[in-house]
Write a protein that binds this ligand. Structure first.
Ligand SMILES: Cc1cc2nc3c(=O)[nH]c(=O)nc-3n(C[C@H](O)[C@H](O)[C@H](O)COP(=O)(O)OP(=O)(O)OC[C@H]3O[C@@H](n4cnc5c(N)ncnc54)[C@H](O)[C@@H]3O)c2cc1C
Length: 444
C-alpha cells in the first residue's frame, strides 16, 4: 500500500541558491570543481534514478522491500567503484585532487545531492547510501591498506576498493559502544586458525557485506583485526540480521553473530588492533564532517524551498523572520565550516604525516562535533518549518529528516569527544613550585 496523500504537493526545489552550491564556492580551486562537476554528472545520470527507486520503496507499508533494496544498494556501490568514487585508497595517481579531499567531496555530494541548473531539478542525495560507502570504502579499505601484506591486499582490498564488493567494519558490541577498548569478541588461536566467538551490533552493511574487518581479542588479551570473507553471507556459523533504525534506512545496519567461526590465521592484519582501527581517525572525522555539511545543505535547500512555497496567514512562510533567520544563519555556518574542512583535507593530502598529529586529530574532532550538530539543527529547523507534514513519510523520506541524528554518535559520540576535547584544554603538568606548594598542605 502506497502511503502518499495526493493533496500533498511534492516540495519542489526550484530556485538556485549559489551559497548552497559547491560549484560556485570560491574556496574550491579549478581542479576540485572539475572533479565535482564530473561527480555531479555521474550522480544525475547514474545515481539519481536508483536513489529515487529506494525512496519510492519507503512509501510502501505491508510489503516486503528488503530484498529489492539490497539489490539496489549493492548495484549503487558497484557503480561508485567503477568510477573510482567508492574508495580513494588505490586510485591516487588517476586524479589531480588529493585522496582525502576527494573522499570529503564525494561524501558531501552524495549526502547533499544538488540542484542542477541544466536540468532544472534537484538530484537526490542520500545519507544512508553515503554511510554504506564510508563503511565499505573507508572504514574497511583504509585499515586493510594500512596493515596488510601484498597477498592480503590482493585478496581483500582489490575486490572491494576496485570492484565494489561490499565491505564493513565491525567494532561495536553490546557492552562496548563508546568504550571500544572493552571489546570482548574472542579470537581464539588454534593451530593455523582463529576461532571467532562473540557478537557485534550496529554494523553498517553487515548483512550485505562480502568482507568484514572484525576487531576482537586474542588469547593474550591484545586487540587484533582479522578479515572475514563472509562467502557472500554463507559463511558457516556466521549470522547477520537487520537492526531497524529510525533514519539511515538504507545503510543495512546489522547485528552479527560469530558462533565459533573458523578463520584462517593468514587473514589477520599486521599490528595492534587499536592502532589499526584508529590510524585513520582524522580522515574518518573529516569525511563524517563532509557528510554532515552535505546533509545540512540538503535540509537547508528543502527548508528554503518550502518557505518560498507554503502560505499561511496570507503570507509565504519566508516572510516571517522566525523562519528566515535560522536558514540564513545556518547557510553562513555551513560555508564557514566547509572552508575549514577543505583547508584540513588539503593539508592532510599534502602532508600525510599529519595523519598522526594529535593537534590535527583534535581539530578534526572539533569540526566533526560542530558539523554534525549543524546537520542535526538544520534537520530540526526543517522539521519545524514543515509543520505537520514533517511527520509524514511523504516528506520525511525524501528529506531524510532523521538521518543526521545518527552522526551525533557515529564515528565517536559527541559527548565523549567533547569531554576529551575539553580535557585537552586543561591538561596540565604541575610545575615543581606548584608541587612544592601543594605537598606540604596535604595532611598525612
Ligand atoms: C546507524 C548506525 C550505524 C553504525 N555503524 C557502525 C559500524 O559500521 N561499525 C561499528 O563498529 N559501529 C557502528 N555503529 C555504532 C556506533 O559507533 C555506536 O553507536 C557508538 O559508538 C556509541 O555507542 P553506544 O550506542 O553503545 O552508546 P554508549 O556508549 O552507550 O553511549 C550512550 C551515551 O553516553 C555517552 N557517553 C558514553 N561514555 C561517555 C563518556 N566517557 N563521557 C561522556 N559521555 C559518554 C555517549 O556519548 C552517548 O551519548 C553504528 C551505529 C548506528 C546507530
Amino acid at each position: 500500500m502506497d502511503t502518499r496523500i495526493s493533496e500533498f504537493e511534492p516540495i519542489r526545489i526550484q530556485r538556485y541558491v549559489p551559497e548552497l552550491d559547491l560549484l560556485s564556492n570560491p574556496v574550491l580551486n579549478a581542479k576540485e570543481k572539475e572533479f565535482l562537476a564530473d561527480l555531479y554528472d555521474f550522480m544525475e545520470k547514474e545515481l539519481d534514478p536508483e536513489l529515487r527507486k529506494l525512496e519510492n520503496l519507503n512509501y510502501y507499508v505491508e510489503e516486503p522491500t528488503q530484498d529489492k533494496k539490497r539489490e539496489i544498494v549493492i548495484g549503487i556501490m558497484r557503480k561508485l567503484a567503477e568510477k573510482g568514487y567508492y574508495s580513494t585508497v588505490l586510485n591516487t595517481e588517476n586524479y589531480e585532487v588529493g585522496r582525502i579531499t576527494r573522499n570529503a567531496l564525494i561524501a558531501f555530494a552524495i549526502c547533499g545531492g544538488r540542484w542542477s541548473e541544466y536540468s532544472e531539478k534537484y538530484i537526490a542525495g542520500n545519507y544512508s547510501i553515503e554511510m554504506g560507502r564510508l563503511s565499505g570504502g573507508t572504514l574497511y579499505c583504509n585499515p586493510i591498506s594500512y596493515a596488510s601484506d601484498e597477498a592480503q591486499k590482493e585478496r581483500f582490498l582489490v575486490p572491494v576498493a576496485n570492484d565494489g564488493q561490499i565491505g564493513a567494519s565491525a567494532m561495536t558490541e553490546f557492552n562496548a559502544g563508546s568504550d571500544i577498548f572493552s571489546m570482548e569478541l574472542r579470537l581464539h588461536e588454534k593451530d593455523n586458525k582463529l576461532i571467532a566467538k562473540g557478537k557485534k551490533l550496529f554494523i553498517t552493511n553487515g548483512m550485505i557485506a562480502d568482507f568484514i574487518v572484525l576487531y576482537g581479542r586474542l588469547d593474550n588479551g591484545q586487540l587484533a583485526a582479522v578479515v572475514v570473507d563472509t562467502e557472500h553471507q554463507k559463511l558457516r556459523n556466521f549470522r547477520s540480521t537487520r537492526v531497524r533504525t529510525y533514519g539511515m534506512t538504507d545503510a543495512f545496519v546489522s547485528r552479527l553473530i560469530f558462533d565459533r567461526v573458523e578463520l584462517p590465521k593468514e587473514n589477520m592484519l599486521h599490528g595492534h588492533g587499536l592502532d589499526i582501527a584508529f590510524h585513520q581517525l582524522t580522515e574518518e572525522r573529516l569525511v563524517i564532517s563532509a557528510e554532515a555539511l552535505g546533509d545540512a545543505m540538503k535540509k537547508l535547500l528543502y527548508s528554503h524551498a518550502y518557505a518560498l512555497q507554503r502560505m499561511q496567514f496570507e503570507k509565504r512562510l519566508h516572510q516571517y523572520q522566525v523562519i528566515r533567520f535560522p536558514i540564513s544563519k545556518k547557510i553562513r555556518e555551513l560555508n564557514l565550516m566547509f572552508s575549514a574542512l577543505i583547508q584540513y583535507t588539503r593539508q592532510m593530502d599534502e602532508h600525510p604525516e599529519l595523519g598522526s598529529s594529535k593537534l590535527m586529530a583534535a581539530n578534526a574532532m572539533g569540526l566533526k562535533i560542530s558539523s554534525t550538530e549543524l546537520g542535526f539543527e538544520s534537520a530540526i529547523h526543517c522539521f519545524r518549518t514543515l509543520g505537520g507534514r514533517g511527520f509524514t513519510r511523504q516528506y520525511a523520506n525524501e528529506i531524510g529528516l532523521l538521518d543526521p541524528y545518527c552522526m551525533l554518535h557515529g564515528g565517536g559520540s559527541n559527548y565523549v569527544l567533547e569531554d576529551s576535547e575539553s580535557r585537552r584544554f586543561f591538561k596540565h603538568k604541575p610545575t615543581r613550585r606548584e608541587v612544592e606548594d601543594i605537598i606540604p598542605k596535604i595532611d598525612y
